[in-house]
Write a protein that binds this ligand. Structure first.
Ligand SMILES: Cc1ncc(COP(=O)(O)O)c(C=O)c1O
Length: 418
C-alpha cells in the first residue's frame, strides 16, 4: 500500500501533484510519502504488539534525518552499521538505548563512539571483534552490551549480493561455533552478554527461510540456557521483501504470525531491523527525459537520473516500475531507459514497454525509497539529487540538491601544484 496514485490522469503523492515538485525542485529528485512511511512502520511494529519488542529501522535503507526522526517519534530505534549512521540516528533524536550496531568491520574509533553514547548492544560478527569491543570497553572502564550475530547457514532465496545468512557469506559467527563464542564472551570482563542476533538477507519473499532460521536459533537458545547463559534480546534482523514487480511477499502480519509461532514461550524481547519493507514503496525517483534516441536495434529514453542516483538496476538487475507523470492514451513501445553516465551498465530499465514519451516529459521510477538515495554517489561528478517529503497537501525539501561547489568542498590542491 502506498500513497502515489493517479487522479484525473495525473500522478500525485498524497495531495500533491508531482508536477508541482518537478517545477519547483527540478529533477532528479526523490519524493517520499509521510503517510506511507507512517503506515508501513505502524503496520510492521503493530504486527508484534502482543510481545515485548523493539523495531530498529535499518538506517542503511534510508538515512535522511527527517525520516529517521519520524520513526523515532513512532517509538522506533535504529540498526546502524557505521559511526556515521550512529551520528545520524542520534542527531535525528533516536535514543542511544534503542540503537543496535551491526556490521563486520567496526573500527576502534567507531566502537569508542558507540560506547561513549551508551548504545543498547553491539551485534558481534567475529571473535576478533569480540576481543576488540572488550578491549575498547576496558579502556573506557565500562561494559559493552553485546549480542552474537550468528550465521545460521540458511538460504534466503534472494539475490546473491543480498544473501547474508549462508556459511559462505562474510557475516556473523557460524552457528556451530556460537556456543564456544558465548563461553568465551562470558570470560571477558568488559562485555555483558545480552543478546543473540541474525540477519539472513534482504528482499525475502517467502516466510520459510525465516522459519528455518528461528528453528535453529531456538535450539541454540536452549543450549545456551542449559549453560546458564541467558539471552534477553533476540534480534531477528530485517529482510522482509516488497512487491517491486509481481512478487507477493508475506504481509508483516503473516511474517509475525510465522515467527511468533516458532518463538512461543521464549522470555526474550524481540528486536527487528526492517529497512526495505518500511521505506521501499514509500519513495519514488522523479526524472526528466532529456532525449529520445533510436539506433538500428533499439529505442532509448535518455533521462537525467543515472546509476549514481539509483544503482539497484545496474548492481542487481533490479526491476523498478516506471511511469510517466501523466497517464494518457498513447501507444507503447519497448525502450531502454538510460542515464547520462559513461557506462553501458547505466540503465534504469531495459527492454521495457512504456507509453511513448517525448523529451522534456517526466517519469516516476517507483519503489525507490530503500537503498536509493543511500547508495547514490557523485560518479561522473554528478551532484546528488534532492529529497522531498510530502505530507498531505504540503511538501518539504529534506535534502537540497547538491551543487557543483559541494562536489569539490572537501578537496584541496597542495602548494607545490599552485
Ligand atoms: C544487519 C542488517 N540488518 C537489517 C538490514 C535491513 O534489511 P532489509 O532492508 O531487507 O529489511 C540489513 C540489510 O542489509 C542488514 O545488513
Amino acid at each position: 500500500m502506498h500513497h502515489f496514485q493517479f487522479r484525473n490522469g495525473e500522478l500525485y503523492c498524497e495531495e500533491v501533484p508531482l508536477r508541482e515538485i518537478v517545477q519547483r525542485v527540478g529533477t532528479p529528485c526523490y519524493v517520499y510519502s509521510h503517510a506511507t512511511l507512517h503506515h508501513h512502520f505502524s503496520v510492521f511494529d503493530g504486527a508484534f504488539s502482543e510481545v515485548a519488542h523493539l523495531t530498529c529501522f535499518a538506517v542503511k535503507a534510508n538515512s535522511n534525518l527527517a525520516i529517521l526522526r519520524l520513526f523515532g517519534t513512532l517509538g522506533g530505534g535504529a540498526d546502524i552499521v557505521s559511526g556515521g549512521e550512529l551520528f545520524r540516528a542520534l542527531k535525528a533524536g533516536i535514543p542511544a538505548r534503542r540503537i543496535v550496531y551491526s556490521g563486520v568491520g567496526k573500527t576502534a574509533e567507531e566502537i569508542d563512539y558507540a560506547l561513549s553514547q551508551g548504545i543498547l548492544m553491539f551485534n558481534i560478527e567475529s571473535m576478533e571483534e569480540l576481543e576488540a569491543v572488550n578491549a575498547r570497553a576496558a579502556a573506557r572502564k565500562c561494559r559493552a552490551g553485546i549480542a552474537l550475530r550468528v550465521n545460521p547457514d540458511v538460504d534466503p532465496q534472494t539475490h546473491p549480493y543480498i544473501s547474508t545468512g549462508l556459511s559462505k557469506n562474510k557475516f556473523g559467527v557460524d552457528i556451530e561455533n556460537a556456543v564456544k563464542a558465548y563461553q568465551k564472551a562470558r570470560t571477558l570482563e568488559h562485555v555483558e552478554i545480552c543478546g543473540l542476533g541474525c540477519h539472513i538477507g534482504s528482499q525475502l519473499v517467502r516466510v520459510e527461510p525465516f522459519v528455518d532460521t528461528m528453528k535453529r536459533l531456538r535450539i541454540l537458545l536452549e543450549r545456551l540456557d542449559g549453560l546458564g547463559i541467558s539471552i534477553r534480546y533476540l534480534d531477528l534482523g530485517g529482510g522482509l521483501g516488497i512487491p517491486y514487480d509481481r512478487e507477493s511477499p508475506p504481509h508483516p502480519s503473516e511474517y509475525a504470525e510465522a515467527i511468533l509461532e516458532e518463538l512461543r514461550g521464549l522470555p526474550c524481547t524481540l528486536i527487528f531491523e526492517p529497512g526495505r519493507v518500511i521505506v521501499g514503496n514509500a519513495g519514488i525517483l522523479l526524472t526528466r527525459v532529456l532525449y529520445t534516441k533510436e539506433t538500428p536495434t533499439r529505442g532509448f529514453l535518455v533521462v537525467d537520473a543515472a546509476m549514481n542516483d539509483l544503482i539497484r538496476p545496474s548492481l542487481y538487475g533490479s526491476y523498478h516500475q516506471i511511469q510517466p507523470l501523466r497517464k494518457e492514451d498513447v501507444q507503447t513501445r519497448v525502450v531502454d531507459v538510460v542515464g547520462p553516465i559513461c557506462e553501458s551498465g547505466d540503465f534504469l530499465a531495459r527492454d521495457r514497454e512504456l507509453p511513448v514519451v517525448s523529451s522534456g516529459e517526466c517519469l516516476a521510477v517507483m519503489s525507490a525509497g530503500a537503498y536509493g538515495f543511500t547508495m547514490s554517489s557523485n560518479y561522473n561528478s554528478r551532484p546528488r539529487a534532492a529529497e522531498v517529503l510530502v505530507k498531505d497537501r504540503d511538501w518539504f525539501v529534506i535534502r537540497r540538491r547538491e551543487t557543483w561547489e559541494d562536489l569539490v568542498r572537501s578537496e584541496s590542491i597542495p602548494d607545490f601544484l599552485q
